[in-house]
Design a binder for this molecule. Structure first.
Ligand code: FES
Length: 100
């Protein structure tokens, strides 16, 4: 695992998300009660989770409205036992970092 800077502190406002490409992976970073990272590709048809609406711990895929817990990666509807990969996120002095 390697910590990589993915954004400046001011780039992701509370209740919003941002997609980042790191090492060939597309990762969604959300800012809600801290920062959280998870795979940005919805398991349905690869919609970008990072641009979805956030409500509490849930992010809604903007394409067909499937829901994921962005802290655990768990899909909350339609298919049981589906989880997106999650990634630790840390705020450091010079920005936001993700461990992938
Ligand atoms: S691509 Fe995400 S719900 Fe369809």
């Amino acid at each position: 695992m390697v910590w990589k800077k993915i954004a400046e502190k001011s780039e992701i406002s509370a209740g919003k998300g941002k997609g980042c490409k790191i090492g060939g992976k597309q990762i969604a970073i959300s800012s809600q009660e801290g920062y959280h990272g998870l795979d940005d590709d919805c398991v349905h048809q690869e919609g970008s989770i990072s641009s979805g609406k956030i409500d509490g711990d849930i992010v809604e895929c903007p394409l067909h409205f499937w829901h994921y817990n962005f802290k655990t990666g768990e899909l909350k509807d339609y298919i049981k036992d589906v989880k997106l990969q999650t990634y630790p996120v840390e705020i450091k002095e010079d920005g936001i970092y993700v461990d992938f």
